[in-house]
Design a protein around this ligand. Structure first.
Ligand SMILES: [Zn+2]
Length: 66
């Protein structure tokens, strides 16, 4: 099994730590992550996938890195 994602990311606008709550160890493998994320996914109507992220603190948006 690969390394679990700790979702440790910072808002490029305000620098807020967007790491969310810890995920209980016994279900971490379902998510492939040790923590949830506070960033908000903005989907494209056309492509039906997340194309941008939004910071819940400053509402700033940035492009999703693919
Ligand atoms: Zn922010």
């Amino acid at each position: 099994m690969g390394k679990l994602n700790d979702n440790r990311v910072f808002c490029p606008h305000c620098g807020a730590d967007l790491q969310g709550d810890p995920i209980p160890e016994e279900i971490q493998h379902h998510y492939g992550a040790t923590h949830s994320s506070r960033k908000i996914g903005i989907s494209s109507m056309k492509e039906d996938c997340v194309i941008k992220w939004q910071c819940p603190d400053c509402k700033g948006q940035w492009k999703r890195k693919l």
